[in-house]
Design a protein around this ligand. Structure first.
Ligand SMILES: Nc1ncnc2c1ncn2[C@@H]1O[C@H](COP(=O)(O)OP(=O)(O)OP(=O)(O)O)[C@@H](O)[C@H]1O
Length: 329
């Protein structure tokens, strides 16, 4: 199976006013295979957004890349020219954001906005063909009467419909990877289910998907693989089944236990004590150590290596550690 995007030991951090760099993403290794969906999960502040912005090369000014590679179909994004990146953004990697109203221009029709993302990469395309493809994209995301809707403005669409417009804009160029950053957070539950359904269909129909979310339910619905992030590290990675059936990292187990289920309705929900540290607070050891109920002396002192605990199942944890760490894949 072809790998679409691969992070290989990628590290980045932030410069403070004195130029000192504080590491956030620490030797991150992740892969998205063709036609598959990877869920990147973790609490707010874990580095999920910096992961996607790194791929798009849209990091904030204070950010510094410290090492490693981000390969897009085998080519290192970090070494591409700005010219190449303009093609990559939109045509190869497309992103859908949390809040469609801030991403859509209120004074332009949705047809014009979606059409512009198409003509940016295909300036030669005839207006009739642009219109035909925009109508098709609106129809693909389940917008009824796309021939009429194409000429309407964002305020004429409901929240869920605007989210569909954003998805249409993202898929119009058939990107190799669609990155969805908290795609359903701002939506009510029924609309969330519809958006998830569209994304599931898109995954079947075309390229790969990276879903960035704190919501394990969203991951369970559409993802094939899962990476659990904590304070800039992928602390557990594996297939959906491995992570949901046999979560091994104490952080993953804590996240799972915090999800309400029908059975746990009457019991108080488990919460992970404390909060995610910021880049200025990380110690030399496991970044979860302070919040971990299994914390041992070694955990605060030494960062755990990545090790294989099952087929395609990796964790970074000292718990039950015996012997050498496996090489990272
Ligand atoms: N300019 C900056 N200087 C220092 N640290 C920063 C800066 N911008 C972000 N960070 C750090 O990056 C981390 C947040 O990363 P990121 O936004 O990727 O997390 P996230 O998991 O996507 O969170 P959310 O779900 O809230 O978007 C935090 O630890 C924050 O302190």
């Amino acid at each position: 199976m072809a790998t679409i995007v691969e992070f290989k030991d990628y590290s980045m951090g932030f410069k403070d006013d004195d130029g000192k760099v504080f590491n956030l993403l620490d030797k991150l290794s992740l892969k998205v295979e063709e036609g598959k969906a990877l869920g990147v999960v973790g609490e707010s502040g874990c580095g999920k957004s910096m992961t996607s912005l790194s791929m798009m090369r849209l990091l904030p000014d204070a950010a510094v890349v410290q090492g490693g590679e981000i390969l897009l179909e085998g080519k290192n994004i970090l070494e591409m020219s700005e010219e190449e990146m303009r093609h990559v953004r939109g045509a190869k990697l497309a992103m859908i954001f949390q809040e469609p109203m801030t991403a859509l221009n209120p004074v332009l029709t949705v047809g014009r906005q979606i059409g512009e993302s198409l003509t940016l990469h295909h300036p030669e395309m005839k207006p009739e063909e642009v219109r035909r493809q925009v109508i098709q994209a609106l129809s693909d995301v389940g917008i009824a009467a796309p021939e009429t809707r194409i000429d309407q403005y964002p305020h004429e669409f409901s929240g869920g419909m605007r989210q569909r417009v954003m998805i249409a804009m993202a898929i119009i160029n058939h990107p190799a990877l669609l990155i969805a950053d908290e795609p359903t957070t701002a939506l009510d539950v029924t609309i969330q289910a519809q958006i998830l359904d569209i994304m599931r269909r898109l995954k079947g129909a075309s390229g790969s998907l990276m879903v960035i979310t704190h919501n394990l339910g969203v991951v369970a619905e559409i993802c094939d693989e899962v990476a659990v992030m904590y304070a800039g590290r992928a602390v557990e990675r594996g297939t959906l089944k491995a992570i949901f059936d046999h979560p091994l990292h104490p952080y993953t187990r804590g996240l799972m236990a915090s999800v309400p289920t029908m059975r746990s309705e009457k019991k108080p929900l488990h919460t992970i004590p404390g909060t995610v540290p910021t880049v200025y607070d990380y110690g030399p050891g496991c970044r979860f150590a302070d919040r971990c109920e299994f914390c041992m002396e070694r955990c605060g002192r030494e960062a755990p290596p990545t090790r294989l605990v099952g087929e395609d199942h990796l964790i970074q944890c000292w718990l039950n550690f015996e012997g050498e760490a496996e090489s990272d894949g």
